[in-house]
Design a protein around this ligand. Structure first.
Ligand SMILES: NC(=O)c1ccc[n+]([C@@H]2O[C@H](COP(=O)([O-])OP(=O)(O)OC[C@H]3O[C@@H](n4cnc5c(N)ncnc54)[C@H](O)[C@@H]3O)[C@@H](O)[C@H]2O)c1
Length: 433
């Protein structure tokens, strides 16, 4: 039997960034609550996992194995640089049709963004004025902590999860001297070290300090630093990241195993995209794209590993491009050209053309990451949550202990299923379902 604490009371979901992804996520949850839409793509709402063996084998939905919070118990909050409420944001984003937004207009209008903890140097293309005045980075974190406390009080919520679905920040390389320990991180915040302390780090710090799990949905360095893992251990809070695995990288992490499993060779993989939403605009800035590139490139390296199969995977050329192209808005188009080789080295090509919808793919991940982080917290799991790698492009792992990320989609799925089984009081296993 599961010994996880029940999901009693309301669950506060505070999202950093109230743009295309967040407004699509919120609208979908509110519509599903009214029975007016289906949360398609969400593992926590649809997937069934086998538990038990032989005669005792059963396929159960997640909430039949572990206590998952009910969609009716979610209360949304948000921060954004722009003052638009969730309804205005959903309309502006043009992801959903008005007929799919209007039935929950009132609920969406009530979600007004709190002032953002923001620094223009981290996203030069944004220009909103719904921004906190902060003395220094320490003050920034304290103001966010205050927001979380107030939100809990005003909404009668005792559990909160904080999810980053805000723009990608410029690339912040890890600096052990500053990011290595909580003490060093706090000292840098107090010294107002703007270069090493991104606003996202202040959100993550504040969330963990307030006893809220933190999830990083963008490729920012935020959670990839030992100081944040130490803080998550100290506060006994789950932490997960980074970068929602939605379109092209989902395809890559599902398709690369075909090449690897059949011992075919790879000489090159070129991925390019066109995208016209605000995310695309921010990523058009080279310093912001760098953050995304690092995250996107890491996927193949741990699935098709040159050191393990030098004949097949040495020196393959891997390139990822994102091009800002306004006419397509949120409807991203991705092309993958894959040069493989087979028997006696003879070359072949595979082309994949994915016409996807970015926020439609990201919304169910937001829901699953939020619900599963809350579950993890109630089950006493804290620190890096590797079982959430399934949802993320560049999964967190403790590189100081020699851990490597698991990017292979089907291995990630085994990790996810086993974590649910264990939290449900069943044995983790790798039997064929
Ligand atoms: N949609 C996808 O498929 C996908 C996949 C992976 C990652 N992501 C990431 O998710 C994030 C959100 O994507 P989107 O399409 O909703 O972008 P968006 O531009 O529509 O929304 C982001 C919002 O964040 C706000 N913001 C920026 N900095 C902030 C701060 N410091 N505090 C509060 N708000 C802030 C912006 O004002 C904006 O409204 C991006 O970082 C994107 O890279 C999206």
């Amino acid at each position: 039997m599961s010994n996880v604490k029940k999901a009693e009371g309301k669950l506060g979901v505070m999202v950093v960034g109230l743009g295309a992804v967040t407004s699509t996520f919120m609208t979908g949850v509110l519509m599903a609550r009214k029975g007016l839409a289906k949360p398609v793509g969400s593992m926590t709402q649809y997937d069934k996992i086998r538990v038990g063996e032989g005669e005792n084998k059963k396929y159960l939905k997640y909430n039949e194995i572990v206590p998952i919070a009910d969609l009716n118990d979610i209360v949304f909050g948000a921060w954004d640089v722009y003052p638009a409420n969730a309804y205005e944001s959903a309309i502006n984003a043009e992801v959903l049709k008005e007929k799919d937004i209007n039935p929950v207009k009132e609920e969406l209008e009530a979600i007004k963004p709190l002032k953002a903890a923001f620094d223009k140097n981290y996203a030069a293309r944004l220009d909103g004025d719904n921004v906190k005045q902060c003395k220094d980075r320490w003050d920034m974190a304290q103001q966010i902590r205050e927001d979380i406390r107030k939100f809990k009080e005003e909404n009668g919520v005792d559990r909160v999860v904080v999810l980053w679905a805000a723009s990608t920040e410029v690339y912040v390389p890890v600096d052990e001297k500053i990011h290595g320990t909580v003490e060093a991180l706090e000292a840098a915040m107090k010294a107002d070290d703007k270069e090493h302390i991104a606003p996202s780090m202040c959100y993550a710090y504040a969330a963990l300090k307030e006893g809220a799990p933190f999830i990083m949905g963008a490729p920012n360095t935020t959670v990839d630093i030992p100081a944040m893992w130490q803080l998550a251990e100290e506060t006994k809070m789950p932490i997960a990241g980074k970068d929602f695995k939605t379109g092209q990288t989902l395809v890559k992490s599902g398709f690369a195993p075909i090449i690897g499993t059949r011992c075919l060779g790879l000489s090159g993989w070129f991925s390019t995209n066109i995208l016209g939403n605000r995310d695309g605009l921010v990523l058009d800035e080279p310093a912001n794209f760098r953050t995304k590139e690092v995250s996107k490139l890491s996927t193949l390296e741990s699935i098709l590993v040159p050191e393990e199969q030098p004949d097949l995977y040495t020196d393959y050329y891997h390139k990822v491009r994102i091009n800002y192209y306004p006419p397509r808005n949120d409807n991203k188009e991705g092309w993958d050209n894959i040069d493989i080789f087979g028997w006696m080295g003879y070359p072949m090509q595979i082309k994949i053309n994915f016409l996807c919808r970015d926020s439609i793919l990201a919304a169910p991940l937001c829901l699953d990451l939020v619900l599963l982080s809350d579950l993890a917290a109630r089950s006493g799991r804290y620190g890096i949550q590797r079982f959430l790698s399934f949802f993320l492009k560049s999964p967190m792992h403790d590189y100081t202990k020699g851990e490597v990320p698991v990017n292979h989609l089907f291995q990630q799925y085994v990790m996810l299923k086993n974590a649910i089984r264990e939290m449900g009081g069943y044995k983790a296993d790798e039997l064929i379902d």
